[in-house]
Structure formats: structure tokens, C-alpha cells
Unconditional design. Structure first.
Length: 175
């Protein structure tokens, strides 16, 4: 991967860190069964880039129900480090985080990560929101490298997110 991209993703942001108390500020790993245990990242884990506590709680419920571990990164640099160790089954990306769009570009530009399903979340309530990557891209009808997206505040998407993520987790892994 391009070192300048990693450097960009590692730059500190003005947003507050929201990792759980007692964990590193940049990442929170949640076990799928035992509290305090860390799941291995890989085919049995979901990687989520989000700073939203409501989203993390909802993703944790979904992961546990489906038998997956959950690794939550709150910045793109940490997400890249997790991805480099072992690709997860699914990446859930809050594109509203400061590194969200850069991580989307990285995931789709690196050959080794192109097969990982990428599910985007955004809190905007405009379903035709433009996501600027290298050129304008719309969630509908072109997802710009995303497999799926949920648009809206997490509180209003709680009934939509679980079945959509479950659908992606039930699909066979791509070769």
C-alpha cells in the first residue's frame, strides 16, 4: 500500500475518540462469546470503522447473533493495520468518519482487499447523497465500490441494518 495513504489515515483528527474505557483509543475488539476475550480478526470477524457508540452497540448485537467477532476501529489507520493482519469477513464503514472515504479508496485500490464485502453507513438523510471519492459517486444507483449502503441515523436504521448485514454474512466468501 502507498505509504502516503497510510500516513494520511494515521493523522490525528479533531473528533473525540469513543473507544471503551480501558482499551486503546483507536480500536475496540469485542469477543463473540466471552467478555474480555479477543476474537481473531479474519473470516469469523467483522471490522467496523465507526465512532458512533449506537452503531457499535447495534453491530455488536448483529455480530453475536450471527456468531462473529467484532473489531471496531475509530480511525482509518487502525482499520488498515487490522486489515493488513488478516482480512475480515465483512467491513462496515461509516463514511462520515474523517478517514471513511480514504479507507473506501484503499479497500478498492488494493488487490488483496477487493474481495471483502464493504458495507457503508452514513448518517445523512439524503438517499442520493454524493460521495466524493475521485469523482462524484452516488449511493443509488452506483455504489462506487460498495456492495451495499444504509443511509440515515443509526437510531432510524435499526430495523434495516440487521437483515441487510445478515444477508451479506450468509453469502459464500468470494474467491
Amino acid at each position: 500500500m502507498n505509504d502516503s495513504l497510510i500516513a494520511f489515515l494515521d493523522e490525528p483528527t479533531d473528533s473525540p475518540q469513543t473507544a471503551a474505557a480501558g482499551t486503546p483509543a483507536a480500536v475496540q475488539t469485542v469477543a463473540k462469546e466471552e467478555p474480555g476475550a479477543s476474537p481473531a480478526v479474519g473470516a469469523t470477524a467483522i471490522l467496523a470503522l465507526t465512532r458512533d457508540a449506537t452503531a457499535r452497540d447495534l453491530l455488536m448485537e448483529i455480530a453475536i447473533e450471527r456468531g462473529y467477532g467484532l473489531c471496531c476501529a475509530v480511525d482509518g489507520g487502525e482499520a488498515i493495520r487490522v486489515l493488513a493482519s488478516e482480512p475480515p469477513a465483512l467491513v462496515v464503514l461509516d463514511i462520515d468518519t474523517p478517514d471513511g472515504r480514504a479507507l473506501l479508496r484503499a479497500l478498492r485500490s488494493e488487490e488483496r482487499w477487493r474481495g471483502i464485502p464493504l458495507f457503508a453507513l452514513t448518517a445523512t438523510n439524503n438517499p442520493m447523497v454524493t460521495v466524493t471519492i475521485d469523482a462524484p459517486v452516488f449511493f443509488k444507483p452506483d455504489l462506487g465500490g460498495l456492495e451495499d449502503a444504509v443511509v440515515g441515523r443509526f437510531e432510524s436504521t435499526e430495523h434495516v441494518l440487521p437483515p441487510r448485514l445478515a444477508d451479506w454474512l450468509n453469502r459464500p466468501a468470494s474467491a
